[in-house]
Design a protein around this ligand. Structure first.
Ligand SMILES: Cc1ncc(C[n+]2csc(CCOP(=O)(O)OP(=O)(O)O)c2C)c(N)n1
Length: 673
């Protein structure tokens, strides 16, 4: 066996490719866990991309105009680690020997921020493909905003590799449909068509015509009949680059576990070590004459790295072009630098409006729309929209155009009814940089995008979710649309900030926090129904929202006998309960709790000052009570909802479900009795 499928491939090419294959085999063998098969099959493609086609500089993985590469089939992580090492990124052979070990830079699946050159975290299949679509959308938008005649400072491709699993996942449909519609011509994907997944042959479950599917989305579809054919892969990439109006999918026929005499084309090659004997046989088959594991032939490393030095020259040329650009367009150049750094423009927060009684009763979604528009005027990197609920989520930037294939400078993104891909594309946009993505839907449909929210939190993405219709308070649409468990479920995602503001001014403060927050996603939970504006005279200021919970109002005449807590639309209920109790001579403290996570970050003294020890607590929220128990303590009471909602005018549902000030008063008296 030679593994050379075309006349132009040299023995040095093959040595490079086999180095990746053997590193993958050896690393998985040493770890006794991992996925050798896909890296063995995809090594020629990775070699072609990293050494011949991608514009990337291993010495500066953050160069803004680099091509992006996403390995959507993240289980093939050794393909990426070996390619990064061979290219000269700060990934060493020792890192590769530590594959999947505690504290290593080569975790089981690629994790952004862990390994230089890893653009995004992948593993949950299909997410990476959608991240890549988001990156390509970001590129298209920023190119339209910043490039000037003859001066393209944003001009790169986004590449991804996806497997059968990614293709089977629904998210790939949503994202690919979006990419086709919006004509993301600089997106180039490769489908690892090896016809094997974990359970066995894909014949068991999957017979899609992938080419017809992607053609129907409006993609250019190309085929490479043999994944070892470097010349054919080269031609496909050139053809893909030549097509600027449509994304391209290259369907590459490969053989999982390529070269393994007993494992190739079997599911066993997918997710387990080959075994020492099979590793030996496979190496023999490759004509690999080095007995030691993790052997990297000098000439292979020198050749691969030599090819990649081109990246420094590419970056240098770009840097010079940027200097010329800056001479002609100094303001734009400064702005580009600022945005790619992720710094906010000076004075941005002065745009945030204050609401007064003159505004009347305002739904928090409506206040959010006003605040978003005020912020968008100051912060041009706000880019987003809604999953087909713009008019409900109030996410439109009124004085900006729509983002379309023809007008990519527009900032209003119509994500379509594609919540899952919206979440993942927002992650891709955030990872690209230069953009603060936001996206809206009904809170109940956060479930449709939860896997992407989780990854946003894991990868510390600065993205903002505008989740409206945040409770049974949405009324007539009924239980299918009324979130119950979503708030608690979101609150238990690590590194996700959930904020449920109580009135228009808390909503303004929630946006202030969201914009300033750089280390993770923020979910805003907003009402459909109108809310009274909280009179702040003698009460806690809305800006206290930043502390997560604050004393809104004290019962007159001494220390509180009981603490009442609520978030969002239920805050007005505790204020009402407070005055009923006052009339009966009971001093209740009303605490607004817009964000459990922000409160948890406060010093213990502050927490104890808001929720003093020894004073019993009642919480009320029109949602599942679970997340409140740690705040009320074991002798407290939570008034929540532990069943589904109902279709009716919302005032009636609140009555029927006991979400009333009267109920709070009754529980308070019981606790004090
Ligand atoms: C959302 C999700 N579901 C399930 C898995 C578990 N899983 C990992 S790889 C895989 C099969 C993927 O098959 P394919 O893409 O063909 O990979 P290959 O066998 O070619 O390596 C599955 C089910 C996952 N990683 N993500």
């Amino acid at each position: 066996m030679t593994g050379i499928a075309d006349a132009t491939t040299t023995s040095l090419d093959l040595l490079c490719i086999n180095t990746v294959r053997t590193l993958a085999m050896d690393a998985v063998q040493k770890a006794e866990s991992g996925h050798p098969g896909a890296p063995m099959a995809l090594a020629p493609l990775a070699y072609a991309l990293f050494t011949r086609h991608m514009r990337h500089n291993p010495t500066d993985p953050h160069w803004p105009n680099r091509d992006r590469f996403v390995l959507s089939n993240g289980h093939a992580s050794m393909l990426l680690y070996a390619s990064l090492f061979m290219s000269g990124y700060d990934v060493t052979l020792d890192d590769i020997k530590e594959f999947r070990q505690w504290g290593s830079r080569t975790p089981g699946h690629p994790e952004h921020g862990m390994t230089p050159g890893v653009e995004t975290t992948t593993g949950p299949l299909g997410q990476g493909l959608a991240n890549a679509v988001g990156m390509a959308a970001a590129e298209a938008h920023l190119a339209a905003v910043f490039n000037r005649e003859g001066r393209a400072i944003v001009d790169h491709h986004t590449y991804f590799i996806a497997g059968d699993g990614c293709m089977m996942e629904g998210i790939s449909h949503e994202a690919a449909s979006f990419a086709g519609h919006f004509g993301l011509g600089k997106l180039i994907g490769f489908y690892d068509d090896n016809r094997i997944s974990i359970d066995g042959s894909t014949d068991l479950t999957y017979s899609d015509d992938a080419a017809a599917r992607f053609e129907a989305y409006g993609w250019q579809v190309l085929r490479v009949g043999d994944g070892n054919d470097l010349a054919a892969l080269d031609r496909a990439v050139e053809e893909a680059k030549a097509e600027t109006k449509r994304p391209t999918l290259v369907i590459v026929r490969t053989h999982i576990g390529y070269g393994s005499p007993n494992r190739q084309d079997t599911a066993k090659a997918h997710g387990e070590a080959l075994g020492a004997k099979e590793v030996e046989l496979t190496k023999q088959n490759y004509g690999w004459s080095y007995p030691d594991p993790f052997h990297v032939p000098d000439e292979a490393l020198a050749h691969w790295r030599g090819q990649c030095t081109r990246g420094s020259a590419d970056q240098e040329a770009w840097r010079r072009a940027l200097i010329e650009y800056a001479k002609a367009h100094p303001e734009e150049a400064k702005e580009f630098g600022r945005r790619m750094q992720g710094d906010l423009p000076g004075g941005w927060s002065q745009a945030i409006p204050t609401f007064t009684t003159e505004n009347g009763n305002v739904a928090s979604r409506a206040a959010s729309g006003v605040v978003l528009n005020a912020l968008a005027a100051k912060i041009p990197e706000l880019f987003g929209g809604s999953a087909d609920l713009s008019g409900s989520n109030l996410t439109v930037i009124k004085d900006s155009a729509r983002f379309t294939a023809e007008t990519p400078a527009g900032r209003n993104v119509h994500f379509g009814v594609r919540e899952h891909a919206m979440g993942a594309m927002m992650n891709g946009m955030g990872l690209h940089g230069g953009i603060i993505p936001y996206g809206g839907t009904f809170l109940v449909f956060s479930d449709y995008m939860r896997p992407a929210i989780r990854l946003a939190a894991l990868t510390h993405q600065r993205v903002i979710y505008v989740f409206t219709h945040d409770s049974i308070g949405l009324g007539e649409d009924g239980p299918t649309h009324q979130p119950i468990e979503q708030l608690s479920a979101l609150r238990c995602i690590p590194n996700l900030l959930v904020i449920r503001p109580a009135d228009a001014n808390e909503t303004a403060e929630a946006w202030r926090v969201a914009i300033a927050h750089r280390t993770g996603p923020v979910a805003l939970a907003l009402t459909r129904q109108k809310l009274p504006l909280i009179d702040r005279t003698g009460r806690g200021a809305a800006a206290e929202l930043a502390k997560g919970a604050y004393v809104l109002s004290e019962g007159a005449g001494g220390d509180p006998q009981i603490v009442l807590m609520a978030s969002g639309s239920e805050v007005s209920l505790i204020l009402e309960a407070q005055s009923i109790l006052a009339a009966e001579g009971i001093r209740a403290r009303a605490v607004s709790v817009p964000s459990h996570e922000l409160f948890a970050q406060q010093p213990a003294e502050y927490q104890a000052a808001v929720l003093p020890k020894g004073i019993r607590r009642i919480a009320i929220e029109a949602a599942h009570p679970m997340s409140w128990y740690r705040l009320v303590g074991s002798d407290g009471v939570v008034i929540g909802i532990e069943k589904f909602g109902a279709s009716a005018p919302y005032e009636r549902i609140y009555q029927e479900y006991g979400l009333t000030a009267r109920h709070v008063v009754e529980e308070a008296k019981k606790l004090l009795a």
